[in-house]
Write a protein that binds this ligand. Structure first.
Ligand code: IVH
Length: 646
């Protein structure tokens, strides 16, 4: 990260400011590799607003024009604006003095804004990202893979807005690959292959309902909760300087304990008629403001860099610094992200460094103030197993992933968690591995009480209990078995899909890429990784099968869902070729009809046409059949996929 001080910013001409903002906007939104903190970016924008409020660049911020990629766009029914911001309580008060009534406060969650429209049956009609505020990217299929987003609500035709975000507990897994949870959330919700969104375990907070009349802002939150949405902690606050400041202080204090990043507190006028009176500027509503946390930075000394080996064999640099207080917490370790990032920052040891917690809880190294120390030594050997390392793009890796100690330990930890064997924590697993009792996950099943008793601080009772815990997990459901293998793309969601599709392990092991990728929620990328993963794990699978019984789940039940029904497709399908969709109809025991008739069960309309109500001949004919008492049901492409996935 580069560091921009106020002096530098103030010395910039309008042209320089504009070109810097354009550059960093692109780095942030298009390349997803920001070079400066959000705080510094905001400062650049604030400065440009002051020196040239009419600059066209101010309208370009946040746009996400990924050149060469045509992404379907949805026009928002009303503009999706951004929030005005302030950095001190006096500016907050001058905002608040412009309206009557009290305020509502809520955490400013650092994620990605989306809008979800529900249809006249209360089902998700479509969803879009904020985009440029006028049009956003179509993420209708992706939001189905965000568990917090209700797929059906009890009041039809509502338009809900809120923030998709990545919980910090989930982000941990991706820390070495992504700069921050917000970038990852934005990338995850826009996945071209919608089911991939599911593997990122995103969450959602609702904060607005657009097309319904309310008296008070706070009533929206009550209704959102009733409809099944999670909302950030939102409450009414008296419009007094110290009360509002206290609320901000409170959020600053609890910020470290939350499982999501917040970068300030949003205050909104509670009286809706006051909101209406205030209206909006071209960029923000005048009735809301974000009182942001400043990037809390501190100077300290970086003493050395340690290297930590992750589950995939990536070796991550971690800076060890003299303890320094940042936003109320003592920090002594700081993430340097990855080898490439460390090189870019130009870290030397020891050196004076600036650490920052900007817009989030994860502190990072913002700047090296002197480069007087020595360059950081990059280990030639893996700190965990001693095997040679190699540099691949931005990452330093152990060349012996299958035999390296740390990835191996993580693999064993993952196995006991997935299979649900109780009592085997990290320390015990480490001891078992180091003593040569457990080298791969199948070895748990041949572990004896005597082996355990050889370990320090192990008694008869505990050893007996642990062996019992293992033996009670000798019969495992197929989906847990698949998850336990630790294949990156074969996590909870895809494992369940495969079980539903194939029922027995033998069939899954035999399935080829083409067969897997034809499944709607799997697709070619996951298919490739699953097939390769299963192939490389084959020896382990065979060894495990000698020890445990995998409970198959016959797929007959789901075949019955569509058995004997007739389907017909019309319009362009967004998610797959017509042929593939027809194939899956056949796989589910149903048939393709030759045309609309009174015998047709379902007419499936491609999602674009369905949304825009573009009625073609088949649709019109089907409506006629319905009017004459026919049984045909007109459904959207998404509803069809839901049916086959049920
Ligand atoms: S209210 C003008 N409440 O911050 C839109 N927004 O910079 C009114 N955000 O695009 C939004 N937490 O995505 C609101 N509690 C919260 C929020 C919040 C995060 C996002 C939102 C908006 C961005 C503005």
């Amino acid at each position: 990260m580069k560091y921009l001080d106020q002096k530098t910013i103030h010395s910039m001409s309008v042209k320089e400011l504009e070109s810097e903002i354009r550059k960093h906007n692109k780095l942030y939104f298009e390349i997803h590799e920001p070079e400066i903190s959000d705080y510094d970016f905001d400062q650049l924008v604030e400065r440009l607003k002051k020196v040239n409020p009419k600059s066209p660049v101010l309208h370009e911020i946040g746009s996400d024009i990924r050149k060469g990629i045509v992404v379907p766009k949805i026009t928002h029914t009303s503009l999706m604006l951004s929030l005005d911001k302030c950095y001190n309580v006096d500016d907050l008060m001058s905002w608040a003095n412009k309206f009557e009534g009290d305020v509502v406060s809520s955490p400013k969650i650092d994620g990605c804004a989306i809008e979800i429209r529900y249809d006249d049956e209360g089902k998700i009609h479509f969803a879009a990202t904020r985009g440029d505020g006028v049009k956003g990217e179509d993420v209708s299929a992706n939001v189905r893979f965000v568990p917090d987003i209700p797929k059906m609500i009890s009041i039809p035709n509502l338009e809900i807005r809120g923030e998709v975000y990545m919980p910090l507990s989930i982000f941990k897994k991706f820390e070495t690959e992504f700069a921050n949870p917000r970038n990852l959330a934005a990338g995850a919700i826009k996945q071209k292959q919608p089911s991939k969104t599911g593997s990122y375990q995103l969450s959602f907070f609702g904060y607005d309902i657009k097309n319904r009349k309310f008296k008070h802002e706070i009533d929206k939150i009550g209704l959102l909760q009733k409809l099944g949405f999670k909302t950030g902690e939102t409450r009414e606050i008296k419009k007094e300087k110290d009360k509002m400041q206290k609320e901000w202080d409170r959020f600053l204090e609890i910020r470290n304990k939350l499982d999501y990043e917040i970068d300030g507190v949003v205050f909104k006028a509670n009286l809706i008629h006051e909101q209406d009176r205030l209206g909006a500027s071209a960029h923000h509503p005048r009735w809301a403001i974000a009182y942001k946390f400043q990037g809390d930075s501190g100077t300290t000394t970086l003493q050395r860099v340690e290297w930590s080996v992750g589950r995939t064999g990536v070796i991550t640099p971690i800076g060890m610094v003299d303890p320094v207080e940042l936003s109320g917490a003592m920090v002594s370790r700081v993430s340097l992200h990855n080898y490439g990032m460390m090189k870019k920052i130009g870290v030397t040891v020891p050196s004076k460094v600036v650490l920052i917690r900007a817009g989030g809880v994860i502190p990072y190294l913002q700047k090296v103030l002197d480069q007087k120390g020595k360059p950081v030594e990059v280990p030639k050997k893996c700190p965990s197993c001693g095997c040679p390392t190699e540099i691949q793009e931005d990452f330093l890796r152990c060349t012996n992933v299958s035999g390296c100690r740390r990835p191996k330990l993580s693999e064993l930890e993952h196995f006991v968690k997935a299979i649900e064997i109780d009592g085997f924590g990290e320390v015990l697993i480490e001891k078992l591995y180091d003593n040569g009792f457990v080298e791969d996950s199948a070895d748990f099943y041949t572990l004896t009480k005597e082996n355990l008793l050889e370990l320090e601080r192990m008694g008869e009772i505990l050893a007996t209990k642990l062996i019992g815990n293992i033996q009670s997990r000798k019969e495992v459901p197929l989906h847990l078995f698949l998850q336990s293998l630790g294949i990156r793309e074969l996590a909870k969601h895809s494992s369940k899909i495969l079980v539903k599709e194939f029922g027995v392990l033998e069939k899954i092991l035999k399935a080829g890429e083409a067969e897997l990728s034809a499944i709607y929620t799997i697709g070619p990328v996951i298919a490739r990784e699953v097939v390769a993963g299963l192939k490389s794990k084959r020896p382990l699978i065979d060894k495990l099968l000698k020890q445990i019984k995998v409970e198959s789940q016959p797929r007959a039940s789901h075949k019955g869902v569509l058995q004997g029904k007739t389907f017909l497709f019309t319009g362009k399908l967004a998610a797959m070729e017509r042929g593939e969709a027809e194939k899956s109809v056949a796989e589910h025991g149903a048939e393709i009809a030759s045309g609309v008739s009174k015998d047709l069960d379902y007419l499936v309309i491609g999602s674009e046409g369905y949304k825009n109500r573009e009625k073609g001949n088949k649709w019109i004919k089907a409506e006629k059949v319905i009017n004459q008492g026919g049984k045909v049901k007109i459904i959207s492409e998404e509803e069809f996929f839901e049916m086959i996935n049920k």
